[in-house]
Structures are given as structure tokens and as C-alpha cells.
Design a protein around this ligand. Structure first.
Ligand code: C5P
Length: 236
């Protein structure tokens, strides 16, 4: 089993700080995750920093709209360096297929590897009552599996999920179906708002493909040291 790929979530409001983190961490072979805060706040400057460092990144923009609009968005956001993009499985089969198709087309246009499309199934902030209000019967677990099947059938490369869900997802959909896992905390570090955190070692043992870590690296006084320690645990 290969080690999971470490993904550093660049959730910082300050473009200069993002750029410094990219410059220092890219040589370790990590990839980066750009979410709403960085993309909408200082997207161009962070993309410049990533390009200068030759770094790959995941664009966690959780696209969710009608198929034609998502297709156009994927054409607009995929450029060299983009390794992975996220979409909401609740956008439906046609929207997921449009995203995957557009990722292939845009990669061909840019002569770059095709970025993987990963689907968000059920947001971890939603409880069973919230799902009921949305008209979804059943709990988060069964909805997540149903939506993962929809994503797999639409040729998405995998799903965003917690480490705890990885073994079941791999058992249902096969080891090739990818897992992109936030909520990782090295043993002994603060959990912050992550309620069901897993350690890097647990992520490796569960077979996670991508391990997403934000605050334990970007808020550490020594981000390079923190990232190195996690990489060692992932490779052990
Ligand atoms: O700082 P931390 O390691 O908690 O960052 C985790 C990253 O993963 C954040 O960018 C957060 O938005 C994202 N994420 C998450 N839980 C999910 C989906 C995404 O923490 N269920």
C-alpha cells in the first residue's frame, strides 16, 4: 500500500503568508488545497505563488449548479498545476458527468494531466435532522454511500470523506476509488473544531489516498517541521 499524499490546506487570510507557506512547504513534495477563503480572497496571488514553486494543488470549490454552468466553471478553473477539483454529489448525475467531461477537455486544451474530480457527499456539518429538513431520508452514513455510488457511476475519481469511512468505501467501491480525507490531527495536537479526527498513522492504515491537514501545519511556529513529522508518520 503506498503512503497517502499529504495535502496542506492553505486556509489563511493573508496572501503574503500563503505565498511564504507555499515556498517553504513545496520542496517537501506536499500538494496544497485552496478553499473558498484563499480562492475568493486572493486567488490570483496564491496561484502565482503555486506556479512559481512548481506546486500542484487541489481546488476545493465544491461546485454545485446546473450541468452547463459547472462545465463552464471547470473549463475556467482547470489550468496547469490543478491536480484535483471538488464538486457536490447533490448536484446530480448529469452535473457530475459534465464536470468530469470538462476536466478531460480542459486538460487536453492545456496539455496537462487530467485533474481528478472528487465529490463531496454529505457535509459533516449536517446531522440527521438537517437531512430530514432537506427531504433526505436516512442518516448521513447511508446518504453518503448512495451519493458516493452516484459519483463513481459518473466517473468521479473519489469522494471527500473522513478516515473512518475509508475502509467501507474501499470495500464497497474498490481500492481504486479515491478518498480525500480532512480532519487529520497528529497525536497530541489540538483538535480545534474537528470532532472525529484521525491521526496520520490511522489514515495510512485505513488506506486513505489524500490526507488534508490545515491548522496543525499552517499555524505551527515551524510549519516545515510539522509537515515533516506528518510525512514521516504517513510513510512509516
Ligand atoms: O485546519 P484543518 O486541518 O481542520 O483543515 C481541514 C480542511 O479540510 C479545511 O480546509 C476544511 O474546510 C476542510 N474540510 C473539513 N471537513 C470536511 C470537509 C472539508 O475539515 N468535512
Amino acid at each position: 500500500m503506498s503512503s497517502p499524499q499529504l495535502v496542506v490546506a492553505l486556509d489563511v487570510p493573508d496572501p503574503a503568508r500563503s505565498a511564504a507557506l507555499v515556498e517553504r512547504l513545496a520542496p517537501l513534495g506536499v500538494i496544497f488545497k485552496i478553499g473558498y477563503e484563499a480562492y475568493y480572497g486572493h486567488g490570483q496571488s496564491i496561484k502565482n505563488a503555486l506556479r512559481a514553486a512548481g506546486a500542484s494543488y487541489a481546488l476545493d470549490l465544491k461546485l454545485h449548479d446546473i450541468p452547463r454552468t459547472v462545465e463552464a466553471a471547470v473549463h475556467a478553473i482547470v489550468e496547469p498545476g490543478v491536480r484535483l477539483i471538488t464538486v457536490h454529489a447533490l448536484g446530480g448525475a448529469a452535473m457530475l458527468e459534465a464536470a468530469v467531461q470538462a476536466a478531460h477537455e480542459q486538460a487536453a486544451t492545456c496539455s496537462m494531466p487530467v485533474p481528478d474530480v472528487y465529490a463531496v457527499t454529505v457535509l459533516t456539518s449536517l446531522a440527521v435532522e438537517d437531512l430530514g429538513e432537506l427531504g433526505l431520508s436516512g442518516g448521513p452514513g447511508e446518504n453518503a454511500i448512495r451519493l458516493a455510488a452516484l459519483a463513481r457511476d459518473a466517473r468521479c475519481a473519489g469522494v471527500v470523506c473522513s478516515v473512518r469511512e475509508v475502509p467501507d468505501l474501499k470495500a464497497f467501491f474498490g481500492t481504486e476509488f479515491g478518498t480525500f480525507c480532512p480532519g487529520i490531527r497528529p497525536a497530541g495536537s489540538a483538535h480545534g473544531d474537528q470532532k472525529r479526527a484521525a491521526t496520520p498513522r490511522e489514515a495510512r492504515e485505513a488506506g486513505a489516498d489524500y490526507v488534508v491537514v490545515g491548522r496543525p501545519i499552517v499555524d505551527d511556529r515551524d510549519p516545515v517541521g510539522a509537515a515533516r513529522a506528518i510525512l514521516e508518520e504517513l510513510a512509516a
